[in-house]
Write a protein that binds this ligand. Structure first.
Ligand SMILES: NC(=O)c1ccc[n+]([C@@H]2O[C@H](COP(=O)([O-])OP(=O)(O)OC[C@H]3O[C@@H](n4cnc5c(N)ncnc54)[C@H](OP(=O)(O)O)[C@@H]3O)[C@@H](O)[C@H]2O)c1
Length: 249
């Protein structure tokens, strides 16, 4: 039985606990407005952030990204601690300084999908104990270099934005007469199916698209309208903005 301490008991903490608890992990969490509602046989509420550190060696940091490092600097870490930051934009060096003499690691994940064990996680640098924990939440992508890790962390925003895309699409189908539950299922099944193709096909993406867009057909027409409205290229510009905030290189 491994105990994980969590600093910052909000939405992400809730998702991680739901995903990892069935795999034997136990948690001690810092106080927050949400924390008391999470207490159960596998979740203990600590009276302070420092108590979390005193009672666990593996520490997940899910504090607000803006204040996280300064909150960590007020705490006393031990050499036995291993600290995994899930805060968007965390870089290894400032994190290592804030939690010294503890070991520091960085991660990113979608959040809600991790509650169901199907959300991919990033890990930098590689670490067996954190790999084992994250593997209970979905596939793990380990990085040995920081620059590609930082670029990959933009997928956290992409993941969240995909819910807004799904909501927008469901809204269109519903307005046009499909029951909401049917629209929701149809969109989700379509995306799962196409994601399965992308995972399983050996063909390059550019070789898959001609096969799904019949010449003169409805897919070609839809994609042309989206391109006219810059709706596809807009993803590049928006992700550039995310990467700027994440301090990409
Ligand atoms: N949500 C996601 O799916 C997701 C996914 C990947 C990464 N992340 C990262 O995870 C972090 C948390 O995100 P979130 O969505 O879970 O935010 P959230 O729901 O606002 O949770 C943050 C928690 O930190 C607590 N907190 C604030 N100041 C604190 C302090 N000084 N000491 C201890 N706890 C403190 C807050 O408590 P109060 O509520 O009592 O103020 C709140 O419960 C962010 O850095 C974000 O980038 C989130």
């Amino acid at each position: 039985m491994t105990t994980i301490g969590i600093l910052g008991t909000g939405h992400l903490a809730d998702f991680l606990i739901r995903g990892a608890a069935p795999h034997g992990y136990r948690f001690i969490v810092s106080p927050s407005r949400r924390a008391a509602s999470l207490v159960c046989d596998h979740v203990t509420l600590a009276p302070s952030n420092q108590t979390v550190l005193d009672q666990a060696d593996l520490i997940v940091v899910a504090l607000p990204a803006r204040d996280g490092l300064s909150i960590l600097q007020t705490l006393r870490f031990r050499p036995e601690h291993s600290v995994l930051s899930a805060m968007a934009g965390t870089r290894l060096q400032p994190l290592s300084q804030a939690v010294a003499p503890a070991r520091a690691r960085c991660t990113m994940m979608p959040g809600h999908a991790n509650a169901y064990g199907v959300g991919p996680s990033l890990l930098y640098p590689p670490d067996p104990a954190w790999n084992a924990f994250l593997a209970t939440l979905g596939p793990v992508h380990s990085f040995t270099e920081e620059a590609p890790f930082v670029t990959a962390t933009a997928f956290g925003a992409l993941s969240g934005a995909s819910f807004f895309l799904i909501e927008t699409l469901a809204d269109w189908f519903t307005r046009n007469g499909l029951p909401e539950a049917e629209a929701r299922r149809l969109i989700a099944e379509t995306l799962i199916g196409n994601a399965t193709v992308v995972l399983r096909e050996d063909l390059p993406l550019a070789a898959i698209t001609p096969g799904v867009a019949t010449r003169g057909g409805i897919t070609e027409a839809l994609v042309a309208r989206l391109r006219e409205a810059d709706a596809l290229d807009a993803w590049h510009a928006a992700l550039d903005g995310v990467l700027d905030r994440l301090g990409g290189v």
